[in-house]
Design a binder for this molecule. Sequence first.
Ligand SMILES: [Zn+2]
Ligand SMILES: [Zn+2]
Length: 231
Amino acid sequence: MTVVRAFDAAIMPRRCVFCGTVCEPNEAYCCCGCAAELPWVENRCTRCAGPLAPPVRDGVDCADCQQRPPPFVAAATPLRYTFPIDAAIKAMKFQRRLYYVQAFSPMLAQTMARLPQDIDALLPVPLHWRRHAIRGFNQAAELCKPLQKLTGLPILANVTRIRPTPYQSGLDADERRRNLCAAFAIQGSVIARHVLIVDDVITTGETCRQLASVVLAAGAEKVSVLAIARA
Ligand SMILES: [Zn+2]
Ligand SMILES: [Zn+2]
């Protein structure tokens, strides 16, 4: 097996997804040079992963969360949604560049380690079947696969998107809220106690709020959120 892998690596060396450099054995599809330049998150609200300015004490929610507490207990992303992460996520979703998943999954795993430790199920944000048919895959489900391998946690498959919500970009927060109203449905109940919602990007957090509410109503006790980037 090792021989096969060495042979594979020799004919198809792993390359950095951002710059194309051949990766060192300790680099997982993102070279050290690019990793040093990526827009890593700092000073974020641990409740919603939103930006904090000025930084508040650990364990204190941001002003948004205090005004309108989200239904989830924690949210985290390793990165901010700016260049080159925005371009990478768009390429992954709209041009089927699924090799980005290999670069993002170790980052997601590291960030997941900072979330509550009692998470017992993964839930990729579902796509409406029509969009799934057009795209051919659900990027959130692709991001869940390596996490499932790593953690052994089950992936919830009884949640569906019942309304083909139009694209959210270009809408303000109120419009997004209306746009997402009753967007998700669950067949049966959720047997997990602490569900981790996984998505590619958290934009305003409305999708996660809606999905978390549905999951809680179906029997889960807690929900947390993990994504690659926060706008
Ligand atoms: Zn690179
Ligand atoms: Zn917050």
